[in-house]
Every structure is written in structure tokens, then in C-alpha cells.
Design a protein around this ligand. Structure first.
Ligand code: ZN
Length: 465
């Protein structure tokens, strides 16, 4: 029997996703779109795993959490996994839940594997979503696309042990531990070390890496990072080890004003190794400015020179180097790919949302105008949640622009409109009327959005080859 053939007879108006067809000895499964909804169709004894309604020999199943767990069981490649230290990965994030399929498509032939479900606590609470929902969406997208190489689920920028436990319980396979709350905050009991191990002062690796330590430098580094070590050890001992499954751990020291020197990078990695803690990747705070949704600001040569040193330290310890706030950092991608030679993670997040905003500006001017007005109204509040460099005063007043000029707002080289719309998503979606119109737009224009999103991600990955 052939499920695709049966479905065409049973439900002639449904749109079938041919790439989703999956065949097992127990039966067949595929995804279809019918009356505005994606659904799963299953045949054979495979049906018994899923909840749905039978149409002849075929069970039609809604994309619920319970059915997602059954899908993970029947097709293990649809469950999140951890990729470890040696596979290059690209983190996407999909706030609205419409971008995952094209994010996967953009990776074809690049060697990068996807971190699809990737949300911070801030994003979850602003979007009113849960990790479970986000992982559900990613699993279904993986199935729809027929993507068999797996994906990871990242509890992004988590700041406390409790947040990590929460994300792991929901099924995350990667933790990005953001140490910004505990940096430069030495615990009261911090023992001034007094003397430092030979790892730093007489060590050929330190010399070969061109690093220079002395007692003062080491003492300063200890003051800055000791709180991060305590948090990392707690997270490993009390959350990651007890989970008893492979989990990638990324240490993020990027969301701070404290530039990560090559010495600091070596020191962090070395102290963790001495404590028997293995990290998968480290996200340093690089030289220059990484503002949300606009290209790198700074001297690309300085960046490349510092990057080379960070990459050689990462190589020495065997962890990946991670680049955060990487949306649209086109000018630094080639250097990043060259220097890390695949031992890397690239993290973008809000860019799928901004692509949706661009589509709305092009296709639904009145909705865009209302969203923009709301964004201006709540900008001061949104700014408390996100670090941006945006001056709404430089954005032309909306009533001076024709509908066809709206998309150009998002192309302004200063990036003011981009950043404005980038950080205010939670407030926009909090307004019922706007949120309903926005989701209705996404449903109606899904293929337009997917084409634009695919193009956007391909532009990123093209430069990372
Ligand atoms: Zn970060």
C-alpha cells in the first residue's frame, strides 16, 4: 500500500509534503496541510502509537505534544540530540514558529547541523511559549522536511541552576550558560590563591599560544571569573550529570562589557579542565560591537587578529568557538569560518522574527504601521530588556511615508528601525489585535515568508563555507 496515493484519494484537497514521507516495516507516515492546519497521516500498525481520527485505513493526527513524543519514538531522528565538540552547528531560534523548515533547508550541503529549538527565558516569557512547544515545532519541521541528520534544542542564555534544570526537564540537549550575573562578583569566601600553578607561568603551550600571565593578571582574572566557575560546576554536578544523557554545554561570557582577552579565554578553559568540567563551546566577548540585527561595527582586521588567537586556544582545549548575536554579521563570517575551520557554533536568534516584519512591511502596510506605532510606544520599556543602540528619533515619521516606502525603513543603514522592531516583539504580540492579525498574516503568506527566510539564511551560510 502507498500512503501518499491513498491520501490523494481520501483527501483530494489536502496539500501533501512529499519530503515528509517516511516508511517503516510497521507502516508509513507523512505530513499534510488541510484547512489551514498541518496534520500527520499514518498507516499500518504505526497508527497505534498516535492519537487521531481514522479515515479508512489512514489515521489523521493533530500535531500535539503527545503525538510529537510518539513521532520521536517512531522516528528517532526527529528527537533533539546533542552534537558535541566536533560538528559545526548553527543556532537559529524561531520565535513565531514558522521558520524551522527553511532553516533546515538552508543547511543543505553546508556541513553545519542545526540548533533549531533555541530560546532564552526572556523570549519564552515574552512569547508566552514553553520549551516543550518550541521543541514540538522543531520536531514537526524536521519530519516535514525529511531531515534525518538531527537537531539540537538549546536552553539559551540561562543564568541560574534553576533555569538549567527547567530547560533540561523539558528536553533541551544544549545549555548556553550565561555567566553575566555572576561575573565580577567574587564570592565572599574567594581564597586569594597566592601562588599559581605552573600551567600559567612556566608552560610551553602558553608560550606557543603567545599568552602572557603574571600574578597580577591571574589575580584579576580570578576576581572576574571565579563566580562563573562556581556556577558552571554547580550546573554540571547538579543538573547535567544527573540528566544521564549527552548534553552540550556552552559557556557564554559575551553578554557583558568585559572584553574576553585571549589570556582570559585560556584561563577559563584551563580552570574548568582542572576542575574536570568539559565544555562543548565558549562564546567570548569579541572586540567590536555586535548589535542586534545589523552588521558588525568595528575594524574587521582587529576582529580577525583577535579571532585567530581565540581559535587557536579553542583548538588547544578541543572546544568550539561560538559567535553570538550573529544575525547579519556578514562582514565577519568569512574570517570566522577560516579561523575556526569548522570547530564552531554560530548563534542567531531574532532574525527570523525580523524577516517576518519585513514580509509584513512589503505585503500588509496597515498591519506594519500599527506594529511600528506600538513598537515606538513601548520602546523605553523594551530597552530595559535588551541592549541596543537605537535612536527612534532618527526614524522618519510613519505618516510621511507611502506604503511602498515602508520596507525601506528596515533597510536604513543606521539600523534604527531594525533594532526597534527587533526588541519590541513581546509588546507587539502582547496586544491581542496585533497578534491575531500577525499570525493570520503568517498563515496566509507562509510560502512568501518561507522563500524570503530561506534566502536570508542562505546569505548567512554562503559566507560561512
Ligand atoms: Zn550571547
Amino acid at each position: 500500500m502507498n500512503l501518499e496515493h491513498d491520501l490523494k484519494k481520501l483527501l483530494p484537497w489536502a496539500k501533501i509534503y512529499p519530503s515528509s514521507l517516511s516508511i517503516t516495516p510497521e507502516g508509513q507516515a507523512l505530513m499534510l496541510h488541510r484547512q489551514g492546519k498541518d496534520l500527520l497521516a499514518v498507516s499500518g500498525s504505526l497508527r497505534e502509537l498516535f492519537e487521531g481520527t481514522d479515515e479508512g485505513e489512514v489515521r489523521i493526527c493533530p500535531l500535539t505534544h503527545k503525538n510529537r513524543l510518539a513521532l520521536n519514538y517512531a522516528f528517532p531522528h526527529t528527537a533533539p540530540r546533542a552534537f558535541g565538540r566536533n560538528i559545526p552547528t548553527f543556532g537559529f531560534g524561531d520565535r513565531l514558529g514558522y521558520a524551522n523548515p527553511m532553516q533546515l533547508a538552508s543547511l543543505e550541503g553546508t556541513g553545519f547541523l542545526p540548533v533549531l529549538a533555541q530560546q532564552s527565558m526572556r523570549e519564552l516569557s515574552l512569547m508566552g511559549r514553553s520549551y516543550k512547544q518550541v521543541i514540538d515545532t522543531a520536531s514537526w519541521a524536521v519530519f516535514r522536511q525529511g531531515w534525518t541528520q538531527g537537531f539540537a534544542a538549546d536552553g539559551d542564555h540561562l543564568k541560574t541552576l534553576e533555569e538549567v534544570k527547567f530547560a533540561l526537564a523539558a528536553g533541551c540537549t544544549m545549555i548556553t550558560l550565561d555567566c553575566s550575573l555572576v561575573m565580577c562578583l567574587p564570592p565572599d569566601c574567594a581564597p586569594g590563591r597566592g601562588h599559581w600553578p605552573a600551567d600559567y607561568l612556566q608552560n610551553s603551550a602558553v608560550e606557543e599560544l603567545g599568552l602572557r600571565f603574571d600574578d597580577d593578571i591571574l589575580e584579576q582574572l580570578e576576581q572576574i571569573y571565579i563566580g562563573a566557575f562556581v556556577l558552571t560546576r554547580d550546573v554540571v554536578e547538579q543538573a547535567i550529570k544527573p540528566a544521564c544523557r549527552p548534553i552540550s554545554l556552552e559557556l557564554s561570557v559575551d553578554e557583558t562589557e568585559q572584553l574576553t582577552s585571549p589570556e582570559a579565554h585560556y584561563y577559563i578553559a584551563n580552570e574548568l579542565r582542572r576542575a574536570d568540567v568539559e565544555i562543548t563551546s565558549l562564546a567570548p566577548r569579541f572586540v567590536g560591537e555586535f548589535h542586534k540585527a545589523v552588521d558588525y561595527i568595528g575594524n574587521p582586521d582587529d576582529f580577525a587578529a583577535q579571532l585567530r588567537r581565540h581559535a587557536s586556544i579553542a583548538d588547544y582545549f578541543g572546544h568550539k568557538l561560538s559567535l553570538h548575536s550573529a544575525s547579519e554579521k556578514y562582514s565577519v563570517f568569512p574570517a570566522f569560518a577560516r579561523e575556526t575551520r569548522g570547530r564552531c557554533h554560530v548563534k542567531t536568534s531574532g532574525t527570523s522574527w525580523l524577516e517576518a516584519v519585513e514580509c509584513i512591511a512589503k505585503q500588509a502596510p496597515s498591519l506594519y504601521r500599527d506594529m511600528h506605532a506600538k513598537a515606538l510606544e513601548c520602546f523605553e520599556d523594551a530597552k530595559k530588556l535588551y541592549m541596543v543602540h537605537c535612536d527612534p528619533g532618527r526614524i522618519p515619521a510613519l505618516d510621511t511615508l507611502s506604503d511602498s516606502q515602508l520596507p525601506t525603513l528596515l533597510e536604513m543603514s543606521s539600523g534604527d528601525s531594525r533594532q526597534l522592531m527587533h526588541i519590541t516583539y513581546g509588546f507587539i504580540l502582547d496586544e491581542r489585535d496585533l497578534s491575531e492579525r500577525l499570525y493570520a498574516f503568517m498563515e496566509k503568506h507562509r510560502s512568501f515568508y518561507e522563500a524570503e527566510a530561506l534566502d536570508l539564511y542562505r546569505r548567512h551560510l554562503e559566507l560561512l563555507k
